[in-house]
Design a protein around this ligand. Structure first.
Ligand SMILES: C[S@@+](CC[C@H](N)C(=O)[O-])C[C@H]1O[C@@H](n2cnc3c(N)ncnc32)[C@H](O)[C@@H]1O
Length: 184
């Protein structure tokens, strides 16, 4: 599905427009500390990080602060309403290292081996992010020593095993609920 169609997808909009408030709720923040989760993904100062399906940016400020001014966070989100809210948030919070890209992550448009970390936080499983298309694209854009980090709520299910069996990533560790996979 191309970027424009994805942004207009009725299923996606029906599922997600009313969910916008829940993604930013205080209750969620109490339940899941975004600083702690991003740190568990081994995000470091100076890195280039791709956040897939950033939504309204529950994790984005935490990741941007860890990366710092010498790094860059590419927050990729196909729904323009979410992307716009995230741009406003980045401006209000002076997150100058965040680039919000309104685009389908199945075709990121990023260069080969250009990112240090891929964050798949709160996005899988999702009908418009099929693993058979997402994983080859993430493998292409990650540097050879790059890490793909998966955090799901509810935890586990079949996704971590499927990533491990894809042949593109090997499971390194599970750290505070975050699965870390090395690009193979
Ligand atoms: C459940 S929300 C989670 C948002 C955010 N990661 C969070 O945890 O608050 C899933 C997000 O994935 C995005 N998404 C869905 N399909 C996508 C795709 N093909 N490429 C990039 N993002 C996508 C949706 O638009 C939505 O913002």
């Amino acid at each position: 599905m191309n970027e424009a169609n994805l942004g207009r997808s009725r299923v996606l909009n029906l599922l997600l427009k009313p969910a916008g408030w829940a993604m930013e709720s205080r209750f969620r923040r109490l339940l899941h500390n975004p600083d702690r989760i991003v740190k568990a993904a081994d995000v470091r100062s100076g890195q280039t990080v791709l956040e897939v399906g950033s939504g309204t940016g529950f994790f984005t400020p935490s990741a941007a602060r860890l990366i710092g001014s010498s790094g860059k966070l590419i927050a990729m989100e196909p729904l323009s309403s979410y992307a716009e809210r995230l741009r406003e948030k980045a401006e209000v919070e002076s997150l100058q290292n965040v680039e919000v890209v309104c685009r389908d992550a199945l075709e990121t448009g990023l260069a080969n081996e250009s990112v240090d970390r891929v964050l798949l936080f709160g996005v899988l499983p999702f009908p418009s992010l099929p693993l058979e298309k997402l994983l080859p694209e993430m493998h292409r854009v990650l540097k050879s020593e790059g890490i793909l980090a998966l955090w799901q709520f509810p935890a586990d299910g079949w996704v971590p095993g499927s990533i491990g069996r894809s042949g593109m990533f090997s499971h390194l560790a599970r750290n505070k609920g975050v699965h870390l996979f090395r690009r193979t």
